[in-house]
Design a protein around this ligand. Structure first.
Ligand SMILES: [Zn+2]
Length: 287
């Protein structure tokens, strides 16, 4: 289907902004992922629980997905991937689209099964198991996979380089100096911050403040909220983050959409240099 000629406005749309049994498991917020639309491409990042239903609710046509990206296998990031592939390809009648998934999602590990079924892999034009530090070209967008340090051993973040802006999605990770280094030169920074206080394998408010200060993006967005965060109201948390960093910061909500072009800056890094060879995964013409 030739969607590339059709102009879709640039947007970042949050299908889901929750995590954990106490939030997503109770249907308080979805974890259906993020839709990034740019120059006729539609990227679906982390299609976890609720991706299908929230796409319908917020008017997203999953048939328009250019690529689906899975950062790691945890339910709130990957659960609906097979269903999204099914919707995107119209149950395989229209073999199309690219899946970019971390190694665990496609190969499994000792502790984790792979989560993308063989049947659904074969509905795609292409699927790629990516490791950290790879670059993939899709049409006019370059995607760099970055390290996320988390309790799923191959967890990733993604950095999108477009002609107009650079956007980083941290994925699920703890704070570390070398992790934050990867986010530099982002115009827009999306952070998964489930926790208010330091705990486990994820970011907390204090980490987010340190990261936002260091990276200095035009816009920071926090998302992927756990129970304590929702109970305290993320709006109060971002107010505190803004006060401490002086950087515009939003708390994502299911259905929130913003235009990334408003936050592009000439200062942003627009092309990648010195990384491993880029894999061109652009869909073929007419697919
Ligand atoms: Zn996780």
């Amino acid at each position: 289907m030739g969607h590339r000629g059709i102009k879709i406005d640039s947007s970042i749309l949050f299908l889901g902004t929750g995590t954990g049994a106490a939030i997503t498991g109770k249907g308080i917020r979805s974890s259906g992922g993020i839709i990034l639309r740019f120059m006729g491409n539609q990227f679906h990042i982390d299609p976890g629980i609720g991706a299908i239903t929230k796409a319908a609710e917020f008017g997203v046509n999953l048939r328009e997905n250019t690529a689906v990206l899975v950062s790691h296998t945890h339910l709130n990031h990957s659960n609906d991937t097979n269903a999204v592939i099914d919707a995107m390809t119209y149950s395989g009648l229209d073999k199309k689209g690219v899946l970019i998934a971390n190694k665990t999602s496609l190969q499994g590990t000792e502790d984790y099964d792979n989560v993308i079924s063989k049947y659904h892999r074969n509905l795609l034009e292409r699927f790629i198991a990516v490791d950290r530090g790879q670059r993939i070209g899709i049409n006019e967008v370059e995607i760099q996979t970055i390290t996320a340090r988390h309790n799923e051993p191959n967890s990733l973040g993604f950095k999108f380089f477009t002609p107009d802006f650079t956007l980083t999605y941290t994925g699920d990770t703890v704070y570390a100096v070398d992790i934050v280094e990867q986010y530099m030169n982002s115009n827009i920074l999306i952070l998964n911050v489930p926790n208010i206080k330091k705990s486990g394998h994820n970011l907390c408010t204090e980490d987010a403040i340190k990261i936002i200060q260091k990276v200095n993006p035009r816009l920071a967005i926090i998302t992927h909220f756990g129970y304590e965060m929702i109970r305290s109201d993320p709006l109060y948390i971002v107010r505190e983050i803004q006060k401490q960093t002086g950087i515009q910061t939003l708390a994502a909500k299911d259905g929130m959409a913003i235009n990334p072009i408003s936050y592009s800056a000439s200062a942003g890094q627009k092309t990648l240099q010195g990384f491993k060879k880029s894999v061109d995964a652009s869909p073929k013409e007419g697919t």
